[in-house]
Design a protein around this ligand. Structure first.
Ligand code: HEC
Length: 217
């Protein structure tokens, strides 16, 4: 794919004392990624470096694999993604806007693990994993901006109707649980979400369901 690219950090010109620490990246298809500003800043200090890729009009971008659209107008890409552990959901294509905001858990306290939960509680780590890998498509109890997939807290939380083993398989490969032509959710292999992070994710979802009683209404 032929493209021209601009370093994201120089494009944004963010002052050191900016009143926000998250970049909300919206794509034209409804995908909304929450990118910590620290990750973008670390690009200048030996970490993964974020670039905004722009189509070369002489060589239009091909359609994305399995999709009938290309990545236009902009594609946020990372150089050396492994250096900062950049997740697959932090590469928004068809990027339409970037906005500086407070972190999701501050904007939407209903998705945050309570302050009195133990410091090392797996649910805390799970909240981070959810924010990076799932919130881009799934709200949590209304928290979030995307409607690509269903809210995973409301009305029911998947831990209320899927076993931990089934949920793990769904995260790894949704087609191993159910399959139909229009299925959209990508699978996450062990390089994308480690086994212990899937455990943490399930602990987080279980925690979020703690006050919920199934009800048909
Ligand atoms: C790129 C968007 C996207 C991402 C990222 C994503 N999902 Fe999904 N997910 C979907 C869509 C869309 C569906 C609806 C089924 C389908 O089309 O695959 C879905 C369905 C689900 C379901 C089934 C809900 C039900 O009862 O029907 C669960 C559980 C789920 N996702 C969990 C997760 C978790 C946990 C993560 C993060 C690790 C995640 N998803 C990341 C798009 C996504």
């Amino acid at each position: 794919m032929s493209y021209r690219a601009v370093p994201l950090i120089s494009l944004l010109k963010i002052p050191p004392n900016a009143p926000f620490d998250t970049l909300e990246a919206r794509a034209t298809d409804g995908f909304v990624s929450q990118i910590p500003l620290g990750l973008v800043r670390r690009g200048g200090e030996g970490g993964s470096k974020a670039w905004i890729a722009i189509e070369d009009p002489a060589k239009p971008w091909p359609n994305l694999p399995g999709k009938d659209v290309s990545a236009v107008p902009f594609y946020l890409i990372w150089e050396h993604p492994e250096r900062s552990g950049i997740g697959s959901e932090q590469w928004p294509f068809a990027l339409a806007s970037l906005e500086g905001l407070k972190p999701p858990a501050e904007r939407w306290p209903q998705m945050a693990v309570a302050a009195d939960a133990p410091v090392g509680a797996p649910a805390r780590r799970g909240q981070e994993v959810y924010t990076v890998q799932c919130l881009s498509c799934h709200r949590m109890n209304g928290a979030g901006e995307s409607d690509m997939g269903p809210d995973l807290g409301d009305p029911m939380n998947p831990t209320q109707y899927l076993t931990p083993a089934g949920l793990r398989m769904l995260v790894r490969n949704p087609k191993s649980v159910r399959t139909w032509p229009d299925q959209k959710m990508p699978g996450f292999d062990k390089t994308m979400i480690s086994e212990s992070d899937v455990d943490a994710l399930i602990a987080y979802l279980t925690y979020m369901a703690r006050d919920k009683t199934p009800s048909p209404n």
